[in-house]
Design a protein around this ligand. Structure first.
Ligand code: G3H
Length: 229
């Protein structure tokens, strides 16, 4: 039996990049503002433009920012858009009840991703296993491991392969898909293919010069797609 392919999610910062990666056949388009953080929130206007452009051709996701600092300023119109996935960063989140209540209030069950930071200690976020349990209880469709600090170090600088494999099992029993992200590098792709998450989520890797704030380079997307197959 042919092993399942790892699906590719690419984070875009505007409709132009969304059109580009849609043509290149990515499996999910994530909308974010990389210049304001790991899960930097895009404006409603940018998300709306991407939604109108992509329609229902490719599943969409949007980053909402860091819950502890930005949930008061969320433009609720974002939640009404047809986005398959939503993700809040959980840095500085001590007691998770306000987050749990928020997911209930916005009826985010089934589309709020459990986004965990591999460098949780640096940003005072709940640990990876804690987010995995929380996400499963909130009926999250996906458990994502990303990095908070975009300082050139990938998720593998903070979490071992054995830990990721354990988390993959937790995700499986929690009925969630596993997504890996966090400044992933070309030379780490064989390890990622060996771990075989459901999703690989990238931004920096497919941007010009590997810089997540620069525009997406189509050649890098093509190369990544080839290497994942
Ligand atoms: O959702 C995934 C992130 O956009 C990953 O970004 P990155 O590859 O620049 O760390």
């Amino acid at each position: 039996m042919k092993p399942k392919t790892i699906q590719l999610l690419v984070s875009v910062q505007n409709a132009e990049e969304a059109a580009l990666v849609m043509d290149l056949g990515v499996d999910c388009i994530d909308i974010k503002n990389p210049s304001v953080g790991s899960l930097g929130r895009p404006t409603f206007e940018v998300v709306d433009e991407v939604v109108n452009l992509v329609a229902d051709k490719v599943p969409l996701s949007a980053a909402l920012g860091e819950f502890s600092e930005e949930h008061d300023t969320l433009d609720v119109r974002l939640l009404k858009l047809p986005l398959r996935y939503l993700k809040w960063g959980l840095s500085k989140l001590g007691w998770p009840m306000p987050f749990v209540n928020h997911v209930r209030e916005v009826n985010g069950f089934g589309r709020m991703i459990g986004a965990a930071y591999a460098d949780a200690k640096i940003c005072d976020a709940p640990s990876l296993p804690k987010v995995a349990c929380l996400a499963s209880r909130l009926n999250a469709p996906v458990f994502l491991i990303d990095t908070f600090q975009k300082d050139g170090r990938s998720l593998f600088a903070h979490v071992s392969v054995a830990e990721i494999e354990h988390l993959r099992e937790m995700a499986f029993w929690g009925d969630m898909e596993l997504a890996l992200a966090g400044s992933v590098k070309w030379e780490e792709l064989p390890e990622i293919k060996r771990i075989r998450p459901n999703w690989l989520a990238v931004r920096g890797l497919v941007c010009q010069e590997g810089d997540r704030r620069k525009p997406i380079d189509p050649e890098r997307v093509k190369r990544l797609k080839q290497l994942l197959n």
